[in-house]
Design a protein around this ligand. Structure first.
Ligand code: ADP
Ligand code: MG
Length: 526
């Protein structure tokens, strides 16, 4: 294998069918032993068939991730000299838009490879199949380790996340999907990597050329403007999609595509208050994301904030003409300005998401917010940060929210300690795990009284009361030993930083650069 970076496009067909090849070198049995699921085995074979040049370079061992827009495989590459190298192969769904794919690749090549941002080694394309080859980072499942992390590990985790965010924000990349499954963490090696630029967008002055196209206002504009002049950074160059390919992509209406224009991700409010088919067709699957990583385990995830929608009435209105604004990502991690469709979104939205991760780490609850739509997510934010405060902040970015019931802001320390199971009088952890009936969200704070109505261009107020997460999972108790280290004396700086990350106003929210200099990280160096 070449040691240098390179893009391999439409390589000559020097591939013999996988089975024959493996039989020939006697490794078929060994190969089959490494494949656990017949479905995975089939997928691997299909991938070899779709992108034959992979067979010359890699042994694909397993599927380690599957989302709506990609499948990720673990492979090994045998270099002429030296040990076998582990590689992650991200196979993007063939219906992904070429510009979207190229932009994801450009983020990795230009900003990646340092400061905890995943880099790229190769990229392969055969027809409409694209595979990005990256260094493999074995990582933990966030949920599995959440309650076994020492306080110092949490500090290091957040510090390294900010390092990655500072790096991408310097390039004018807004990641838009910051969450634990996109920030790989190898606890043993203390290695971290921000991955998945599949939803990234550029700031107005982005240094990632292709993100300028991704940001364009309408799908039509994108289709007509982006001929084939794609500029790739960092020594990697590739031919862009042909106008024909672009046309095909732009006119295909039935397939699931990653959003690449603002127009595509406009919310359509359906009669039942959920997003209509247009919105859904471009939405990333929020709860369907599977992680096949060896360290991961399937468990019942319990959101820290649960809302029962069937009790009393409290109305929340966002009084504004429906605006076109990007709102991709995962509801529980979306900033208030994303949830209210503020059109001017900045890198601050990633800082909010980092705040939600920090909230999980401090409270021992993941996911912290579990919302299947934006209004539920906004209501959950209000329960933690206060309704008045949310309304006031929304005004600063031009959004009017009406809420019939006032919900006070919570004290973040008290909230996290209660959820973590720390009795404030006796500073000792409850090793049974977080309390299932948490008083922070009982009648007292009226979190049950949350039925929401959005008024916008599409008026369905009579029918759009959200029916809620009635099938939300049972409480999850971590099987791992709860780590007491450092948790009995969490410094005020931790909650001060959390408060600054969860600043409802994006204009004053702390930046990644500022966060790294926060007193919470006083003895840590970049
Ligand atoms: P998607 O767009 O489908 O979410 P991601 O890029 O987030 O794709 O990858 C999905 C999952 O695959 C990740 O959550 C992670 O578990 C795994 N993964 C992705 N890249 C790597 C990598 N370089 N090393 C190890 N695992 C990876
Ligand atoms: Mg992902």
């Amino acid at each position: 294998m070449e040691a240098s970076l390179g893009i391999h496009m439409d390589e000559p067909m020097s591939f013999s069918p996988l089975r024959d090849r493996l039989q020939a070198d006697g490794s078929l049995k060994k190969y089959e032993q490494t494949i656990k699921l017949p479905g995975v085995k089939k997928d691997i074979e299909k991938l070899y068939e779709a992108v034959p040049q992979l067979g010359n370079l890699f042994k694909i061992k397993d599927k380690i991730g599957e989302g709506t827009f990609s499948s990720v495989y673990l492979a090994t590459a045998q270099l002429k000299v030296g040990p076998e190298e582990k590689i992650a192969l991200k196979h993007l769904i063939p219906t992904s838009h070429p510009i979207r794919i190229a932009a994801e690749l450009q983020c990795l090549t230009v900003a990646g490879g340092q400061d905890n941002v995943m880099g790229v080694k190769y990229c392969f394309r055969k027809n409409d199949h694209v595979v990005i080859a990256m260094p493999y980072l074995e990582h933990e499942s966030f949920l599995d380790i959440l309650n076994s992390l020492s306080f110092q590990e949490v500090r290091e985790y957040m510090f390294n996340l900010f390092k990655a965010l500072k790096r991408i924000h310097q390039f004018g990349i807004v990641h838009r999907d910051v969450k634990p499954s996109n920030f790989l963490y190898n606890r043993h090696l203390k290695k971290y990597a921000l991955v998945d630029f599949g939803l990234a967008q550029g700031t107005h002055d982005t240094k990632i050329e292709l993100l300028k196209f991704v940001q364009s206002e309408t799908q039509q504009a994108s289709c007509s403007q982006n001929k084939s002049h794609l500029v790739m950074g960092n020594k990697i160059s590739t031919s862009g999609p042909t106008p024909k390919e672009l046309d095909q992509q732009c006119t295909t209406k039935t397939s699931v595509k990653r959003p690449y224009t603002n127009a595509q991700i406009q919310i359509k409010q359906g009669k039942d208050g959920k997003e209509g088919s247009v919105g859904l067709s471009v939405q990333r699957s929020v709860f369907g994301e599977r992680n096949f990583n060896i360290h991961s385990s399937i468990s019942h995830e319990s959101p820290a904030v649960k809302i029962n929608f069937n009790i009393t009435y409290s109305y929340l209105f966002i009084v504004r003409r429906q605006q076109v604004a990007p709102r991709a990502g995962t509801p529980g991690f979306r900033a208030p300005e994303v949830l209210t469709k503020c059109p001017n979104q900045t890198t601050a939205i990633d800082m909010w998401s980092a705040g939600v991760i920090f909230l999980s780490l401090l409270s021992g609850r993941y996911p912290f917010y579990k919302a299947s739509d934006d209004l539920t997510a906004l209501a959950q934010i209000m329960i933690i940060r206060g309704s008045r405060e949310t309304i006031q902040a929304a005004k600063t970015f031009g959004k009017s929210i009406l809420c019939s019931k006032e919900v006070p802001a919570q004290d973040l320390r008290k909230l996290c300690e209660r959820l973590r199971g720390i009795d404030p009088n006796t500073p000792k952890l409850n090793t049974q795990g977080p309390a299932s009936q948490d008083p922070a969200f009982s009648e007292k704070t009226d979190c049950k009284a949350s039925n929401f109505v959005q008024t916008s261009q599409v008026q369905h107020s009579g029918n759009s009361l959200y029916k809620g997460d009635s099938n939300s999972c049972e409480d999850h108790f971590d099987e791992f030993t709860t780590n007491l280290e450092g948790w009995d004396e969490v410094p005020d700086e931790a909650y001060d930083l959390l408060d600054k990350l969860l600043d409802l106003n994006p204009a004053s929210r702390i930046t990644a650069e500022e966060a790294l200099l926060h007193p919470f990280f006083k003895d840590m160096s970049l």
